[in-house]
Design a binder for this molecule. Structure first.
Ligand SMILES: CC(C)(COP(=O)(O)OP(=O)(O)OC[C@H]1O[C@@H](n2cnc3c(N)ncnc32)[C@H](O)[C@@H]1OP(=O)(O)O)[C@@H](O)C(=O)NCCC(=O)NCCS
Length: 157
C-alpha cells in the first residue's frame, strides 16, 4: 500500500504549501494567493506523507473545462512518482463533467512537460516571452510558455 495520501487542501495546509512553492518557483505565489484560490472554490489538493504536506495541485474549474494553475512536489520527494499520483488523482476529482483541461508551462521545464505528456496532455501552441525569467539564462529576461491541453471525454458522445 502507498505511504502517500491525497486529499483536498485545507487553510491550515497553506504555510507548508507556500513553503514548497518558494523552493521551486522563480516568482512564487504568496500565502494570500493560495488562500484566495481556496476561498474562490478552486480544486486544490495536497499529497501527504506522515501528516506532512509534500506537494500540491491547483485546478480551476470553468464550466465543463478546467485550468491547471499550479502544481509542485517538495524537492526532497521529487522523482518518486508523487507528482504523477497527485496529478492523476486531482484530475479524477474533477469528475466526468470536465471534458478539457488546459495549462501553461515554462518551455524549459522538461520534468513538468514530460509529466503532463505522460497523463495525456498535448502541446497546443507557444506563447512567446510569457514568463519573467532569469537574465543569466534568458538574455531578455523572458521565457516562452508552452500551452497544453488534455481531452478527457468525447465532446460528441
Ligand atoms: C514537475 C513535478 C511536479 C514532477 O513531480 P515528480 O514527483 O518529481 O514526478 P514523478 O516522480 O511523479 O514523475 C512522473 C513523470 O514526470 C516526468 N519527470 C519527472 N521528473 C523528471 C525529470 N527530472 N526529467 C524528465 N522527466 C521527469 C517523467 O515523465 C516521469 O515519469 P517516469 O518516471 O516514468 O519517467 C516536480 O518536478 C516539481 O514540483 N517541479 C517544480 C515545480 C513545477 O515545475 N511545477 C509544474 C509547473 S506549474
Amino acid at each position: 500500500m502507498s505511504r502517500y495520501a491525497i486529499r483536498l487542501m485545507l487553510l491550515t495546509d497553506i504555510a507548508q504549501v507556500a513553503n514548497i512553492e518558494r523552493q521551486v518557483e522563480f516568482h512564487p505565489w504568496s500565502e494570500r494567493q493560495f488562500q484566495e484560490s481556496l476561498t474562490a472554490g478552486q480544486r486544490c489538493t495536497v499529497i501527504i506523507n506522515s501528516e506532512q504536506v509534500i506537494g500540491f495541485c491547483i485546478l480551476q474549474p470553468v464550466l465543463d473545462e478546467a485550468n491547471l494553475l499550479l502544481m509542485a512536489i517538495d524537492p526532497k520527494y521529487q522523482g518518486q512518482g508523487c507528482g504523477l499520483m497527485l496529478l492523476e488523482e486531482s484530475l479524477a476529482l474533477l469528475g466526468e463533467g470536465c471534458v478539457m483541461v488546459f495549462l501553461e508551462v515554462r518551455g524549459s521545464n522538461t520534468p513538468a512537460i514530460s509529466l503532463y505528456q505522460k497523463v495525456g496532455f498535448h502541446q497546443m501552441g507557444i506563447r512567446k516571452n510569457y514568463y519573467p525569467a532569469d537574465r543569466a539564462v534568458f538574455a531578455n529576461g523572458k521565457e516562452d510558455a508552452v500551452l497544453m491541453a488534455l481531452t478527457r471525454g468525447n465532446p460528441f458522445g
